[in-house]
Design a binder for this molecule. Structure first.
Ligand SMILES: O=C(O)CCC(=O)C(=O)O
Ligand SMILES: [Fe+2]
Length: 218
């Protein structure tokens, strides 16, 4: 569904840019189909276990590197033990275009070489608490793509989980890039808004989010 009113692009904080509707409908469909395949093999999508023993409500499958709270490995040691699928070149290229479009900086985009993608699936109940993406050993931007149901995404500051923060609705096709002074800002997903997806993307329910990152690991 296209919104009634155009949603303008916005710099939410220095280095944190929201570009609504960045993925066209064909791209959304291709990505959803790719996610269906990634979710089954070689590593099955799973709710990662936190150090306190609880499972996350979000389910995640990884490309390039496997992530579990709070480290990266090449093999999915908590999900069957296989080596994760590579991050495909077309996805890294999409990440470069995302950086180029978000920042209007062709040079920064050329240098951007993501080596991991986390594919998250949210059902109606799933949430993601305020956290920093800080298991990477590099400070390159994080590129986030959303498809399916809209969510309320909270983008905060680098000091604490508390205010100041801004709540942004991330809808199907939206791009969000955070780098520079916002690279280590706290952020989270407060809730998913059921029934808000664009059915043409091929995702009947729930929300998909892909974040690409640079691990800085070899
Ligand atoms: O789902 C989102 O929009 C954010 C995901 C996220 O913050 C993460 O995977 O670290
Ligand atoms: Fe995150």
């Amino acid at each position: 569904m296209e919104p009634l009113l155009p949603r303008p692009r916005a710099e939410i904080a220095p280095g944190a840019v929201h570009v609504p509707g960045w993925l066209d409908p064909d791209r959304r469909r291709e990505i959803v189909a790719a996610c269906r395949a990634w979710a089954t093999a070689p590593v099955p999508i799973r709710a990662a276990r936190l150090p306190n023993g609880r499972r996350m409500s979000v389910r995640t499958v990884c490309l390039g590197w496997h992530w579990q709270p709070y480290r990266y490995t090449r093999t999915a040691d908590d999900a069957g033990g296989r080596r994760v699928a590579p991050l495909p070149g077309w996805l890294a290229e999409l990440g470069r275009r995302a950086v180029a479009d978000a920042y209007g900086d062709a040079e920064a985009a050329r240098a951007y070489a993501p080596d991991v993608a986390l594919v998250n699936h949210y059902d109606d109940q799933a949430r993601l608490g305020m956290h920093q993406d800080k298991d990477e050993r590099a400070d390159d931007p994080v590129v986030s793509l959303s498809i399916g149901d809209t969510c309320v995404f909270r983008f905060g500051n680098t000091e604490s989980r508390n205010r100041p923060h801004t709540d942004v609705e991330l809808a199907s096709g939206d791009l969000f890039v955070f780098g520079g002074p916002s690279r280590f800002a706290y952020h989270g997903v407060l809730r998913v808004l059921p029934g808000t997806a664009d059915p043409a993307s091929g995702l009947a329910t729930g929300r998909l989010n892909i974040t690409m990152r640079v691990t800085g690991m070899a």
